[in-house]
Ligand binder design. Structure first.
Ligand code: FES
Ligand SMILES: [Fe+2]
Length: 365
């Protein structure tokens, strides 16, 4: 997909950084790039990772650094079972990180290689992504807490569906990426297009929100009457209902249902470093299942949509370089305020939720 990358856009990767949320799952990369016997690299929360797929099919993610002298493990070898460091040939089992062999040891050495571990992160494959659990700095080697948080997964409502995936690097920190994602007021300006909506179609909206654990839900509602794709769904002649959830650390799920037809998407904004992020969208649907070309057309419009957000954030990054003071207004920026409050509560380790109960927000978009 010909999406802009930060470098192509010529924007230096810098600007204000954000506090990061550790101890949670983040998508590191697509798993179609993880072929047997090959190593791939990715960056998550500023941590360099080496990823791969064992010969039994299981995916793994390790810190891309040999515990012996720090050379990236990704420049070494992988035979499908063990990752071998190219400096002194230490061999590691990649899912546990356990060192299985130190070639320089002799029979008179007492060092037990298997007591040495490279850093390995819990890693699971879902919806074509390698999800990696990133523990806080200084956390122990074992990812026990990983078990207490389920691996995020796209909701599907039947066995037959089509899927699509989109990604774009954003030259801003994760907070700007996320509040951009939940911002209702930019639509008519950033996403103007004959097939979506025009600036002239702005009208007053009322949306009902309710608290959910570590997030909020835009309650089931009939989607905006002024956006064409939603109108198209009306062909099934049944009421269309949309639910949009946001939950920490970075997930927006949108579900549209119309009788037994459905569309489901999971959008994440993942910190690559403390000052840059990446947006990933995975979607599945059974609407128009039998209509040819729907998948390429959906991908085309989806890519265009994400690219509009991306171009705007590239421009925004230009302004943010100078660290201006910013503002959040009611009601259009209320979800952004909730996000910052929820994030602060997570960082403080309190269960404080910024919402007491359901509320209605009003804005024009
Ligand atoms: S640096 Fe990796 S084995 Fe020595
Ligand atoms: Fe947008």
């Amino acid at each position: 997909m010909p999406l802009l990358t930060t470098t192509e856009a010529g924007v230096p990767i810098q600007g204000p950084s954000a506090t990061l949320i550790y101890d949670d799952w983040y998508p590191a990369m697509r798993t179609d790039g993880l072929r047997k016997g090959r190593l791939a690299t990715a960056m998550l929360l500023g941590i360099p990772l080496v990823l791969g797929r064992r010969s039994d099919g299981r995916v793994f993610a390790m810190r891309d650094s040999c515990p012996h002298r720090g050379i990236p493990l990704s420049v070494g070898w992988f035979d499908g079972n063990r990752v071998t460091c190219r400096y002194h040939g230490w061999e590691f089992e990649p899912c546990s990180g356990r060192c299985e062999l130190i070639p320089s040891l002799t029979s008179s050495d007492h060092l037990d290689a298997t007591r040495i571990y490279a850093t390995a992160f819990p890693c699971e494959e879902r919806d074509g992504h390698a999800w990696v659990y990133v523990p806080g700095p200084g956390a122990g080697r074992k990812g026990d807490e990983a078990q207490s948080r389920p691996v995020p997964e796209l909701k599907k409502f039947g066995p037959r569906y089509r899927t699509a995936f989109l990604t774009a690097d954003l030259p801003c920190n994760v907070d700007h990426g996320i509040i951009g994602l939940m911002d209702p007021a930019h639509g008519p300006f950033v996403h103007q297009a004959w097939w979506w909506r025009s600036r002239a179609s702005i009208r007053e909206k009322t949306k009902r929100f309710e608290p959910i654990p570590e997030g909020f839900r835009m309650s089931a509602h009939a989607p905006s009457g002024n956006s064409a794709p939603y109108k198209l769904l009306g062909v099934y002649g049944q009421p269309v209902e949309t639910t949009i959830d946001f939950a920490l650390p970075n997930r927006r799920t949108e579900i549209i249902r119309c009788g037994d037809k459905w569309f489901s998407s999971l959008t994440t904004v993942t910190p690559v470093t403390s000052s840059t992020c990446r947006i990933d969208v995975v979607a599945a649907w059974n609407v128009f299942y039998h209509v040819p070309l729907v998948t390429p057309i959906a991908k085309f419009f989806g890519a265009k949509f994400v690219r509009q957000d991306q171009e705007t954030m590239v421009q925004q990054a230009e302004g943010l370089k100078h660290n201006p003071s910013l503002m959040l207004i009611d009601d259009a920026d209320k979800p952004a305020k909730w996000y910052f409050a929820l994030k602060q509560a997570r960082l403080d380790g309190t269960a404080k939720h910024p919402m007491d109960g359901p509320v209605e927000l009003h804005w024009r978009s």
